[in-house]
Design a protein around this ligand. Structure first.
Ligand code: 4AD
Ligand code: MG
Length: 469
């Protein structure tokens, strides 16, 4: 086969590709469909660079290799040389008149799981090794990439430094107590101490270690030196929650800023989320339009409304009051002091305010030890950002910078003090007011794609009883 310059399908379908018309080019990709008759074959070829496929037209008689054409079935992988021409047919602008085709790999139509269209998302989860080849997952993963890029771009353009916090930790940042243990000890032959307990001094790190639930505590060390930092990495939670919004392994973006109070923190969260949504509307429109057509007819309107709206800000106490007076029957009853469920959050966002909501000043009993304590002795300077269809998308706070208050709270809540000495030292040496938050990357992906289940916005979901692939 003659060596010709290879173009991605994206390069051929974008608006300014007209100069390539009539030239001899090469494209490579996977066959989505092949149809036609004994005179002409139409192959829809996709290489994952674009939601649309390029049409390859083969003049069967002139081509002369029936055996090869027969093997070009859905899922097979080919390389095509040919002339790029204006399309005669409807639905596409340019197509390729094939002169030469090389078949890299066949896909037996009797066995290829994606032979037919219209599989359910549940079925596709069981073939996570092949689902990136569907239009849906191609779109989702391209958006996932664009969103990651936009996150780094936003922070870089605004003077934040990307800090890599550890994945293996010895502390429990959220006090949630649901962590995955990291160990090299042999479960069949555990070293024991005199009390008959497992002797972790014999373990790999000489102590108990876990996968991190959040990069925040280490992020704070960065902010108290570099002023503005962010982390963006995988976090792990061993809660047994099998919902459409929880993963055992998810990615979190955590900015942490010295000299920010809770209002600065809310301003940043709102600006950040609007920037990200606007970035996708500008750069991923083809994929978003596809998802709107297939899954969520109101997607683009909802995204635009985020960019245009002002996030409503109110205290937890006022929110409870609204929920109590609403007359709405909730599955989980509300009263001051309870942790809000997503049904409550969504009521506030979707029914009461009809825009994103930021709740502040939660009861201290339901929040982590590090949050700044208010003078009322009952609440802390927490802030949660609530989104339509999702509920909580961001959790954050102003941090307690006072050594004594933080130290007392650590004791009260039974946080293992010996594990926290380094964290406490930042309040001893040059402490500063500071704030930060955590954005759940897959929660935002759910929102921007309009997908209904968090398992469908990450390439390889980890949930209870599921870590295949
Ligand atoms: O509210 P969370 O637990 O806050 C923290 O971890 C803080 N240390 C963040 C900070 O202040 N730096 O989690 C933050 C966000 C949630 O709002 C949610 O979007 C997401 O992380 N999240 C999950 N996403 C998917 N699956 C789970 N199991 C999640 N748990 C939290
Ligand atoms: Mg939270």
């Amino acid at each position: 086969m003659q060596e010709l310059k290879r173009y991605r399908v994206y390069d051929l379908l974008k608006k300014d590709s007209g100069y390539l018309v009539d030239s001899q080019i090469n494209v490579k990709g996977w066959v989505r469909t092949r149809r036609g008759n004994k005179n002409v074959a139409f192959i829809a070829l996709n290489d994952g660079s674009h939601i649309h496929s390029i049409q390859v037209v083969v003049d069967v008689k002139a081509f002369g290799d029936d055996e090869l054409l027969r093997n070009i079935t859905t899922g097979s992988c080919i390389s095509v040389n040919g002339r790029l021409v204006e399309s005669q047919g409807k639905g596409q602008t340019l197509e390729i008149q094939a002169s030469d085709i090389h078949l890299y790999g066949t896909a037996d139509p009797e066995k290829y799981p994606l032979q037919k269209k219209g599989h359910t998302l549940e079925f596709l989860r069981d073939i996570a090794h092949l689902r990136p080849r569907t239009n849906t997952f191609g779109a989702v993963f391209r958006i996932r990439h664009a969103l990651s890029y936009a996150i780094h771009k936003f922070f870089n353009d605004n003077g934040f430094f990307y800090l890599h916090t550890p994945i293996i930790t010895a502390s429990d940042a959220e006090g949630a107590g649901a962590m995955f243990r990291v160990t090299t000890l042999d479960p069949k032959n555990l070293p024991l101490n005199e009390k008959g307990e497992v002797d972790y001094s014999k373990d790999f790190f000489g102590r108990e270690t876990n996968l991190t639930v959040s990069g925040q505590l280490e992020g704070e060390l960065g902010a108290l030196a570099l002023s503005n930092i962010y982390t963006f990495g995988p976090t792990f939670r061993a809660e047994n929650s099998n919902t459409s919004r929880h993963l055992s392994e998810f990615w979190m973006i955590e900015p942490e800023m010295a000299f920010y109070d809770i209002n600065d923190n809310m301003d940043l969260a709102e600006t950040f989320l609007k920037y990200l949504v606007a970035y996708l509307l500008e750069n991923c429109l083809d994929d978003l339009e596809f998802l709107q057509k297939m899954y969520d007819g109101e997607l683009l309107g909802r995204l635009q409304s985020i960019v245009d709206s002002r996030f409503e800000r109110l205290t937890y106490t006022r929110a409870i009051d609204i929920l109590e007076r609403s007359g709405h029957k909730f599955e989980f009853p509300v009263k001051w002091g309870v942790d809000l469920q997503s049904e409550h959050e969504r009521y506030l966002v979707e029914k009461e305010f009809k825009c994103p909501v930021i709740l502040t000043d939660y009861p201290r009993e339901i929040k982590a030890f590090y949050m700044k304590q208010n003078d009322d002795g009952k609440t802390v300077r927490a802030m949660d950002v609530l989104f339509p269809k999702i509920g909580e998308i961001i959790g954050g706070s102003q941090r307690e910078e006072d050594f004594d208050k933080l130290s007392n709270r650590i004791n009260e809540m039974g946080v293992p003090r010996e594990d926290m000495w380094w964290y406490l030292e930042t309040r001893k040496f040059g402490t500063a007011p500071h704030s930060g938050f955590g954005l759940g990357f897959e929660r935002l992906m759910l929102f921007v794609t309009g997908m209904g289940n968090i398992r469908d916005v990450i390439p390889f979901p980890r949930t209870p009883q599921n870590a295949s692939f």
